[in-house]
Design a protein around this ligand. Structure first.
Ligand code: TPP
Ligand code: SF4
Length: 304
């Protein structure tokens, strides 16, 4: 249990954060609008728990939420959290504006793989390059879920989606590699099947001044799981594939398809094809954008 805060006094296993979630507060018995088996519920609960345990000041840690299925996470996260819904792909730009308006803030960006690495790819590159103090969580479910399960830049090779019924043949975008190339000082990837690791990275990101990027692999049962078999990817060739039509099957697949960074060092590109490498890829704090901007402002004003 190292690093995990104690349970809330009223925490019940079946719905631990009902009293703290916004929906729970408003509707009394509200659970979530996500499909059964969706991973976004796990992320929402983890956020709420960290928000409570770390006693985050909502005014200094606003959430900036992109557009996708996960936008409903607003109803699940802590009722006291400030929630700002951005345009599709533009959450990093909104977060940058907030940070520059009040440099004491540290916005927390919720973004999908389509949102952050597709339509918002350019904004993502430049917030990482500038090193604006914020935490960006990319929820990677390998699909554009909200609009009907179209293939996204992150859709795995060979996967079926609404727009790739004969399997995806494009190269996929790797959010971690993109963040590293753009210069983000803290970059990590984990999955909803590793919730304690996610909490550890989340806490570390809160204490890091600069851009932190955490990619989280999460299941979309409805549009990804139901269209694909559990032998998706090279490793399970020869094994009989099973339709991933439940959250449990998808979580199992995510675990089997994830390779720890230390293991990955000893594997070939072929062995790593279509796998999710998980772990911390960089932690090298460096001068932060709003701090540097303040220095330039001072120079521009003749040192006053
Ligand atoms: C400017 C703009 N273009 C397109 C859309 C349509 N749209 C809404 S959500 C979405 C995809 C979201 O995918 P992702 O970010 O991966 O989140 P998910 O739904 O998978 O959680 C798209 C294309 C939009 N809302 N705004
Ligand atoms: S469509 Fe997929 S991502 Fe959207 S709520 Fe359902 S399972 Fe989750």
């Amino acid at each position: 249990m190292s690093g995990i805060a104690p349970m809330f006094p009223n925490e019940k296993p079946e719905h631990p954060y009902l009293q703290q979630s916004y929906g729970g507060k408003v509707f009394g018995n509200f659970a979530s609008l996500f499909c059964g088996g969706c991973g976004y519920g796990i992320i929402g609960q983890i956020f709420t728990r960290i928000f409570e345990d770390e006693k985050l000041d909502p005014k200094l840690h606003p959430t900036v939420i992109g557009i996708g299925c996960y936008s409903q996470i607003m109803l699940l996260v802590h009722e006291a959290a400030q929630k700002v819904l951005a345009l599709h792909g533009r959450a990093p730009a909104v977060a940058t504006g907030m940070k520059m308006a009040n440099p004491k803030m540290k916005p927390i960006v919720f973004s999908g793989d389509g949102d952050c690495l597709g339509i918002g790819g350019n904004h993502f590159i430049h917030i990482c390059r500038r090193n604006v103090d914020c935490l960006i969580m990319i929820f990677n479910n390998s699909i554009y879920a909200m609009t009907g399960g179209q293939g996204a830049p992150t859709t795995l090779y060979g996967a079926k989606s609404t727009t790739t019924p004969y399997t995806m043949f494009e190269n996929r975008t790797d959010g971690v590699k993109l963040a590293l190339a753009a210069g983000a000082p803290y970059v990590a990837r984990t999955t909803v099947a590793h919730p304690r690791t996610l909490m550890k990275y989340f806490r570390k990101a809160l204490r890091h001044k600069g851009t932190s990027v955490i990619e989280i692999i999460t299941p979309c049962v409805t549009y990804f799981g139901r269209k694909n078999l559990s032998n998706l990817g090279e490793e399970y060739k020869g094994e009989k594939g099973e339709k991933m039509d439940t959250g449990g099957k998808m979580i199992d697949w995510i675990k089997r398809n994830s390779v720890r960074i230390n293991q990955a060092k000893f594997m070939t590109d072929e062995e790593l094809f279509n796998k999710y490498i998980i772990g911390e890829f960089r932690y090298e704090p460096k001068p932060e954008y709003s701090d540097e901007y303040a220095k330039i402002q001072k120079i521009a004003m003749g040192g006053k």
